[in-house]
Design a protein around this ligand. Structure first.
Ligand code: HEM
Length: 367
């Protein structure tokens, strides 16, 4: 199976990497306030991730000494690397007074403001660090997060996690998967290198340590599945502005037809309703603004009322978090989709570039 290198890349894995099928996202609270402990954690995490991405364990699964506790929990011992990537993000709390890093905070980086239609649960929101583990085998992703959380003991605690199954976005050369509403998701995602340079990668202009990095916005979005499943097809298609089977814009016939937001039907109404999700989110209607989406479907079983607890682990990358704020401010007000979803979890993280060999993620931040 595929093994992605960890060191010496221009960017961390899990961003431009063709999207793997499974993901676990975890946000952590730092329980220390000295920069040295944070450095040590980032260094230990980086060394461990480099091993995991090669399909290796963290030392002995079965130590020879009877009284030794295994350093690796063992559940991935016989599994291949499975295209694992683990992406490390730094939350806004890293740049508050605690660590003496306030002058290293990138100018555009801050907590997300309250946004229209937010229904955030504080237990699923925020975090000083994030880990996004993606792999073709869910047990490989799980093993990485479990062991990295265990290594953080005494330095950071898990704040919230989402387990994603089934990719719900498409990268370059990938077929478009479907989200849990049954619609193709990722059709008009960022796929070209030039667009990654323009919209995703940080140029390091204000903070050199971020050059080749990016910002990660993670939102746990609940879907009101029962309501959605009782909606009639014409309305479902109107919500997105696309057809369900083919995924074509309602102004066209094929998935990759360019949407025509001015086209009117025989009834004189816009073919793609102005309040549809794609009309509101499209770059044509937002001054050219684009983000990279890298989302996953999730399910947490049933809720206490016996309803399906599932939705979208929305993960997006961009070189300015204001891009998400601009889009969600608009979507949160008028998107037809709002009737069927609720944003319940949220986090924003600065993602440094990949480390050079022998270094670790974020090392340049402490120089
Ligand atoms: C497009 C689903 C949330 C931004 C789409 C499409 C679907 C979809 C089916 C059309 C296919 C495509 O081009 O990918 C969903 C669902 C969501 C959700 C089910 C929540 C559960 C969001 C959020 C944002 C967003 C929170 C950003 C704030 C976009 C953008 C596009 C898009 C930028 C491309 C529009 C275009 O250029 O035509 N989404 N989305 N989506 N979505 Fe979402």
């Amino acid at each position: 199976t595929t093994a992605y290198p960890f060191y010496g890349q221009a960017h961390q894995g899990g961003i431009e990497t063709p999207q793997q099928r499974h993901a676990i996202f975890a946000a952590y609270d730092l329980t220390v306030s000295d920069p040295r402990s944070l450095q040590v954690l980032l260094a230990r995490w980086s060394a461990a991730i480099a091993q995991f991405q090669r399909g290796r364990s963290l030392g002995a699964v079965e130590p020879t000494r009877d009284s030794a506790v295994p350093t690796d929990t063992g559940e991935a011992a016989d599994l291949e690397p499975a295209g694992l990537t683990v992406t490390i993000g730094l939350g806004p709390g890293v740049f508050d007074d605690r660590f003496g890093l306030a002058d290293r905070k990138p100018a555009k980086f801050a907590k997300l403001p309250a946004l229209p239609s937010d229904q955030l649960d504080p237990r699923l929101t925020g975090g000083d660090l994030s880990l996004q583990a993606c792999a073709e085998d869910p047990q490989v992703a799980y093993h990485a997060i479990r062991n990295l959380s265990r290594m953080a003991q005494g330095t950071a605690t898990v704040r919230w996690t989402v387990m994603g199954f089934g990719r719900a976005s498409a990268g370059k050369g990938q077929t478009t998967p479907r989200n849990l509403m049954g619609f193709k998701d990722g059709t008009r995602n960022i796929k070209e290198d030039a667009d990654f340079d323009a919209f995703v990668w940080h140029d390091g202009a204000d903070q050199a340590w971020m050059k080749g990095g990016t910002y990660q916005v993670a939102r746990k979005i609940q879907m009101h599945i029962e309501n959605w499943d009782s909606d009639f097809i014409a309305d479902q298609q109107s919500v997105f502005g696309r057809s369900k089977q083919e995924g074509a814009p309602l102004s066209g016939t094929h998935e990759f037809d360019v949407p025509d937001f001015a086209k009117k039907g025989s009834d004189g109404e816009l073919a793609i309703p102005a309040t549809s999700h794609v009309a509101l989110a499209a770059h044509e209607n937002n001054g050219g603004l684009r983000i990279l989406r890298r989302s996953y479907n999730f399910t947490d079983g049933m809720n206490e009322n016996g309803q399906i607890n599932a939705g979208l682990l929305f993960v997006a990358y961009m070189n300015d978090p204001a891009a998400f704020v601009t889009l969600q401010t608009k979507l949160g007000r008028v998107d037809q989709l709002n009737e069927y979803i609720a944003h319940v979890g949220s986090g924003v993280f600065a993602v440094p570039p990949a480390p050079a060999s022998g270094s670790y993620v974020g090392e340049a931040l402490f120089r």
